[in-house]
Design a protein around this ligand. Structure first.
Ligand SMILES: Nc1ncnc2c1ncn2[C@@H]1O[C@H](COP(=O)(O)OP(=O)(O)O)[C@@H](O)[C@H]1O
Ligand SMILES: [Mg+2]
Length: 235
């Protein structure tokens, strides 16, 4: 198993935000975590990305105990995050933003080849490589954020609500990009409020509510459950 979380508990001070969450992502898989606002999705993904420490349970990547990996080394172990809201350096160029993703020595050594791969995936970014990132459209900025994560040559890419704030017309493009990331050999853990899209793209999914994983399985089965149909699809 590539990523394995067992009974993960994550708190902010005394307030526990994620309770005993267990989930797995295999090589080459797209796994979605759906849940309402405030459910703990960002908390969970932040812990996996090394940005938050957990209070209980275990987190392993390719068998390596991530509790032993300092936050700044998580990236070198193969996990890259596409954060909510993209977090680009808006006054720096597209290419400078991409460069930031490859500070890991192994990734830096492969910089030219990886940059070609990113420009191959997103030809528009090659055209705009010298432009300030802040001047790009929302969809193009999302491409930069994904390209920056790819520059680290990850084994697992974490997406926090990638469709949030995008114009409806480009939400489908965004999910196509997630599929292409998988075709590049990168496993994906995707957190979304756009339940239908997140289910459509996923091999497996988990439902997170009030900090607890309440359901999991293949999307076609989950979409049959009356609770999920009522709570998320309004049917
Ligand atoms: N930095 C923080 N400090 C304290 N509580 C937080 C912090 N970030 C999130 N929370 C709380 O943790 C819970 C889960 O939040 P979050 O992980 O952001 O949910 P989601 O991403 O699913 O909307 C919420 O109750 C939220 O108020
Ligand atoms: Mg969130």
């Amino acid at each position: 198993m590539l990523l394995e979380a067992r009974n993960l508990r994550i708190a902010y001070g005394d307030a526990t935000a994620v309770w005993d969450a267990s989930l797995e992502v295999a090589e080459g898989e797209i796994v979605s975590v759906i849940g309402p606002n405030g459910a703990g999705k960002t908390t969970l993904i932040s812990a996996i990305a090394g940005l938050l420490r957990w209070n209980g349970g275990t987190l392993r990547l390719g068998g390596v105990d991530l509790a032993r990996v300092p936050a700044h080394r998580v990236c070198a172990h193969g996990i890259a995050l596409v954060p909510e809201g993209r977090r680009l350096f808006t006054r720096m160029s597209v290419e400078e933003n991409l460069e930031i993703g490859c500070y890991v020595p192994a990734a830096r050594a492969a910089r030219d080849a990886t940059l070609e791969r990113v420009y191959g995936l997103f030809p528009i970014l090659r055209q705009k490589r010298e432009q300030m990132a802040g001047l790009l459209s929302g969809g193009q900025q999302q491409m930069v954020a994904i390209g920056r994560a790819l520059m680290a040559r990850p084994r697992l890419m974490l997406f926090d609500e990638p469709s949030l704030g995008l114009a409806p017309a480009i939400v489908d493009d965004m999910f196509d990009i997630v599929r292409r990331v998988r075709e590049e050999g990168v496993a994906v853990l995707l957190v979304e409020q756009n339940v239908l899209k997140a289910m459509e793209i996923a091999d497996r999914a988990y439902v997170l509510e009030q900090g607890r994983i309440v359901s999991s399985g293949v999307p076609s089965d989950l979409l049959q459950q009356s609770h999920i149909r009522e709570a998320y699809l309004g049917v």
